[in-house]
Design a protein. Structure first.
Length: 247
């Protein structure tokens, strides 16, 4: 097999489970265009746990995809309080928050040792004008990512504490399936404080609900890994409405 095609096979394997697969290997592109795209991608850039990928207020320089590991995004409000905005796993795209004014409005931090793929934004912006169909693929990718985040936040706002945690677990499970990964186990790499912050709950409430789900044999928790034992029961929990006394 020629070296060029062996190299493209390696790129395809590296990006096969990643949201960048839709960007780096879009339908209808010839071998030459694919090669131009893959030369922009810094595949597998290591990022140690606790390291910031970019910070709130930084200029947008690149888009990123999680190759392995896990990330969180957060922002500091006018009162100096941190708000967790989301959690990101292999195949998820980061940096979209800066697309409007080319300034990041949140900070992205590694929850564990991770591998990050990087595409310089200025080069990507130039290339989408030169490669037919690439801009459409990129816009579709952005639309899906933003729609998923908005839908999750809207749904969580109407749930009880049990419903919020069940909904989050199901959302993470479905995101895994979309990348061709097993629906379970789900890795919760974040601290319980981060999880509580994101869900708008107390830490002790998060721990109590996870314990109750285990007692009902709906999930099994092994450190950061959560195995779903009964998806039907978890779906039922996810429909629970808001309980004022349980927030």
């Amino acid at each position: 097999m020629p070296a060029t095609f062996r190299h493209l096979d390696n790129v395809q394997q590296a990006c096969g489970r990643c949201s960048l697969a839709h960007l780096c290997l879009p339908y209808g592109l010839g071998t030459g265009d694919i090669q131009r795209l893959e030369t922009l991608v810094d595949v597998g850039r290591p990022l140690a746990r606790g390291t910031e990928l970019f910070a709130q207020g930084d200029r947008l320089s690149a888009l990123y995809a999680v190759g392995s590991g896990a990330m969180k995004t957060s922002m500091i409000d006018a009162e100096g309080l941190e708000q967790i905005m989301g959690f990101y796993y292999p195949g998820d795209l980061l940096g979209l928050d800066g697309m409007g004014d080319e300034v990041h409005h949140c900070t992205a931090t590694a929850l564990e040792d991770s591998q990050i793929c990087r595409i310089p934004f200025d080069q990507l912006d130039q290339l989408v004008d030169e490669v037919p169909g690439l801009r459409r693929q990129l816009m579709r990718l952005m639309s899906h990512a933003l729609s998923d985040d908005e839908q999750l936040l809207l749904t969580l706002g109407r749930k009880s504490s049990e419903g919020r945690i069940a909904t989050l677990l199901l959302s993470l499970s479905r995101r895994r399936e979309m990348r061709g990964l097993p629906a379970s186990p789900i890795r919760l790499s974040m601290k319980r404080a981060d999880l509580a912050n994101f869900l708008g709950m107390r830490i002790e409430t998060v721990s109590r609900v996870l314990r109750r789900l285990q007692e009902c044999r709906i999930i099994a928790v092994d450190r950061a890994d959560v195995a779903v034992l009964d998806f039907d029961a978890l779906e039922a929990w996810a429909t629970r409405g808001a309980w004022v006394a349980d927030q």
